[in-house]
Write a protein that binds this ligand. Sequence first.
Ligand SMILES: Cc1ncc(COP(=O)(O)O)c(C=O)c1O
Length: 277
Amino acid sequence: MTNETTYGFDTLQIHAGARPDPATGSRQTPIYQSTAFVFRDADHAAALFNLQEVGYIYSRLTNPTVAVLQERIATLEGGVGAVCCSSGHAAQIMALFPLMQPGRNVVVSTRLYGGSITQFSQTIKRFGWGAKFVDFDDLDAVKAAIDDDTRAVFCESIANPGGYITDLPAISALSDEAGLPLIVDNTSASAYLCRPIEHGATLVVNSTTKVLTGNGTVTGGCVVDSGKFDWSASDKFPSLSAPEPAYHGLKFHETFGPLAFTFHGIAYVSAFMSSIL
Ligand SMILES: Cc1ncc(COP(=O)(O)O)c(C=O)c1O
């Protein structure tokens, strides 16, 4: 018999990921405004740098305050892990970076936030990535747009502006069939109204600048990992399935299983995305 309590959304949005501060007993999570963290000894440092132990090194990578936010949003979205960064747009690049390479493309809904239209139609070209814009109501057109160079499918759950609702189960059936991850921007809906992972999303991005901030004071972004995608099923995602030179040949998917994307995001992609603090 298990004794586990299941908490509702209202409780989780206040408490998930947080514990009273062990040093002071503070009920609320303190803002750990520190760039760096000390090691117990050289072995501890080596274990952290080799990703053999979870802990804190440097706030660009991980920070105890941000870690609470990451766990909270992952819990609300029903994912296994999350990585936070400085804006919603940074989160979108962070979601794509491990999946894309020059010459690859992402199939994108035409119904997106205007800034995202620009990011996909213009900005990502600088990385040598392409975007194919398709009406996601037209499932045949979505299917036809996916080609051998496609590495992801991207849409908003409820589009900004317009409040247009995407048929996530139908789109995820197509991305599954093609062996591709579905990335859903859940900013407008929020996890309170829609949990895209329950409808087949692989990754969920949020601009925490909006509903999640609550009072319009801080920009931020988050990528939530469903933990459900098999990054090794094809050779399309070498950043996650093949040996990583920056980590002495470590294979993220083989080593971290469902947390591969999250660990890759924290250890590698955050190297060029500023942290939220
Ligand atoms: C649906 C949606 N996605 C992404 C973004 C970008 O987020 P940020 O402004 O935090 O970069 C916005 C911003 O308005 C948005 O409305």
